[in-house]
Write a protein that binds this ligand. Structure first.
Ligand code: AMO
Length: 449
C-alpha cells in the first residue's frame, strides 16, 4: 500500500504518483472535468478528475459530496503559473486522479461550507460546532489558540517556571463575588474554581516559579461579547520579586513572546482574518487607575474620576488615548482600590487604600490581571478578617504563609480573550472551541426545548 502524503507535502512529489486522504471540501463539475478540493490536517489540495485518464475515478467523483472521506491516488502535476492558487498550501500542484476510494460517506450539509467565509449567525455556528470546526477559517482560530498556549508554556519554562495541575473543585471562593458555580460534592458543598489563585500561591511557596494552563469557571449572570462561563486560564506565580513591577515585566515579556510566536507560526491563519497583530512597543506604558481616569476626563470630557474600576467604555477610551500618545495597543493599569479587589492583593505601603494589583488592556479589552500579593502571614490574616473570609475554608492556603513565603506575585490571562483580540473577532465565544454561557452548554438551551 502506498504511504499517504499530506496536501502540504504534495509539491515535493511532482511527476510521481502518490496517495492522499482527506475530506471532500468542494466538488466542481467543469464540463468533462471534475475538480475536487480535498482537505486534510495540513491544508487543501486540488484534485482533477479526467475521464480520459481514469473512467472509474470519474464515475466515483460524480457521486462525491462535501465531507465524504476519500483516499485518492494520482499523479502530481505542476499547475501552470496562472492556475496556481497561492492560498493553498499545495497551490502550485494538483493531483490527477487515477483511483478514488470512498472511506466514509456524509449526509447533506445543513449549510454551505465551501466558501472562504462561513456566513452563519453566531448561534448556528456554535450549535453546529462539530461541523463548523471543519471550516478552514474556524480551524485557523484554534490553531492560533494552540500556538498562544504553547508559547505561554515555552516562555515561562525558559524563565524557570514549572507547570503544575490546578484543581477544578475548591472548598472556597478565591476571588470573592457571587460568580461561582456551586457543586453538590457528596454530602458537602464545594465550588468550581473561579481561579487557581490560592493553589498557584501554595505551589509557588514550594517551587518559587510555577504556571498552569487550566479551566476556570465563572457563573457570569449576563450575556456579553467578552464573558464566558468556562475559560482557559493561563496562570503564573513567582517568588522573590522586588516589587510589583517585576511581575508586570514578566507578564509583558510573556505577551511579547506569544505575539512573536503567533506572527512567526501563524502567517497563513492571520492572513485569513485581514487583521494586524496588536502593537507592543519597547516598553508598554503603565499608568495608575487615577491617571487613566484623569486622561479620560481630559480627552473625552467624561468624568469617571474616583470610580473604583474601569468599565468597558473606560477601557476602550483609555486604550484609544494610549494608542494616540505612544502607538502602543497595550497599557498596564495599576493602583486599584484595595477594598475593591480580592483579599490577597498587596496594598501599597505608602498609601494602603490603593493596591499593587494591575491589569493589562489591549485594544479596549482586559487581557490579564495580576500583581503583587501579600506574603506576610499577619497582614494576610488581617485581610482575611476584613474581607470576612472563613479561615477554616482556606486553611491549606494559610498554612503555606504561616511557614515563610518571600515577596511574590503573579498574573493570569484568558486564552479566549487573547485569541479573540489577536484575530479581531467580535465575540469571545468564537474563540472558545466549546463555549459555555448562561444560555449554552453545547447547544443553546432554547434550541433543545
Ligand atoms: P481575573 O478575574 O481578572 O483575575 O481573570 C484573569 C483573566 O481571565 C480572563 N477572564 C475571562 N475571560 C472570559 N470570560 C470570563 N468570564 C473571564 N473572567 C476572566 C480575562 C482576565 O483578565 N486570580 C486573578 C489573576 C491573578 O491575579 O493572577 C484573576 O482571576 O482575560
Amino acid at each position: 500500500m502506498k504511504q499517504r502524503v499530506l496536501a502540504s507535502e504534495a509539491n515535493k512529489h511532482i511527476g510521481k504518483t502518490i496517495k492522499i486522504a482527506g475530506w471532500v471540501r468542494i466538488r466542481r463539475d467543469h464540463g468533462k472535468l471534475i475538480f475536487l478540493d480535498v482537505r486534510d490536517r495540513s491544508g487543501i489540495i486540488q484534485v482533477v478528475v479526467n475521464p480520459t485518464v481514469s473512467e472509474a475515478s470519474y464515475k466515483a467523483a460524480q457521486k462525491l459530496k462535501p465531507e465524504y472521506v476519500v483516499e485518492i491516488e494520482g499523479k502530481v502535476n505542476e499547475r501552470p503559473g496562472k492556475a496556481a492558487n497561492t492560498n493553498l498550501e499545495s497551490g502550485n500542484v494538483e493531483l490527477e486522479a487515477t483511483d478514488i476510494k470512498v472511506i466514509a460517506k456524509a449526509d447533506t450539509l445543513p449549510f454551505d461550507m465551501g466558501s472562504d467565509e462561513l456566513n452563519l449567525e453566531l448561534p448556528t455556528l456554535l450549535d453546529h460546532r462539530a461541523l463548523t470546526l471543519r471550516h478552514p477559517k474556524i480551524q485557523a482560530i484554534f490553531k492560533v489558540q494552540a500556538v498562544i498556549i504553547d508559547a505561554f508554556r515555552e516562555y515561562l519554562k525558559g524563565e524557570g517556571f514549572m507547570e503544575f495541575q490546578a484543581p477544578s473543585i475548591a472548598p472556597a471562593v478565591a476571588e470573592g463575588g457571587a460568580e461561582v458555580f456551586e457543586v453538590s460534592y457528596f454530602d458537602h458543598k464545594a465550588y468550581l474554581t473561579q481561579s487557581p489563585q490560592l493553589y498557584k500561591q501554595i505551589v509557588m511557596s514550594a517551587f518559587e516559579r510555577v504556571f498552569s494552563v487550566n479551566k476556570i469557571f465563572r457563573a457570569e449572570p449576563s450575556v456579553t461579547t467578552r464573558h464566558l462561563a468556562e475559560v482557559v486560564s493561563l496562570d503564573a506565580e513567582m517568588a522573590f520579586i522586588d516589587s510589583w513591577e517585576d511581575v508586570r515585566d514578566m507578564a509583558e515579556n510573556t505577551v511579547r513572546f506569544i505575539l512573536e510566536r503567533v506572527e512567526k507560526k501563524c502567517k497563513k491563519e492571520l492572513s485569513l482574518f485581514k487583521t494586524t497583530l496588536p502593537v507592543m512597543i519597547d516598553k508598554t506604558p503603565s499608568i495608575s487607575l487615577s491617571q487613566a481616569q484623569e486622561k479620560i476626563f481630559k480627552h473625552f470630557k467624561r468624568d469617571v474620576r474616583g470610580q473604583k474600576d474601569l468599565n468597558p467604555e473606560d477601557e476602550r477610551e483609555i486604550c484609544e488615548i494610549i494608542k494616540e500618545e505612544s502607538g502602543s495597543d497595550f497599557v498596564f493599569i495599576y493602583g486599584y482600590h484595595t477594598r475593591n479587589k480580592p483579599f490577597y492583593v498587596y496594598p501599597n505601603p505608602k498609601n494602603p487604600e490603593f493596591n499593587e494589583g494591575m491589569d493589562l488592556l489591549c485594544r479596549g479589552l482586559e487581557w490579564l490581571s495580576g500583581g503583587r500579593r501579600i506574603n506576610d502571614y499577619n497582614q494576610l490574616m488581617e485581610h482575611v478578617k476584613l474581607w470576612k473570609m472563613d479561615p477554616a475554608k482556606i486553611s491549606m492556603f494559610l498554612e503555606a504563609f504561616r511557614f515563610g513565603v518571600p515577596p511574590e506575585g503573579g498574573f493570569a490571562f484568558g486564552a479566549e480573550r487573547m485569541t479573540m483580540q489577536i484575530l479581531s473577532l467580535s465575540n469571545v465565544r468564537e474563540a472558545s472551541i466549546f463555549p459555555r454561557d448562561m444560555e449554552r452548554v453545547d447547544e443553546k438551551f432554547s434550541a433543545k426545548q
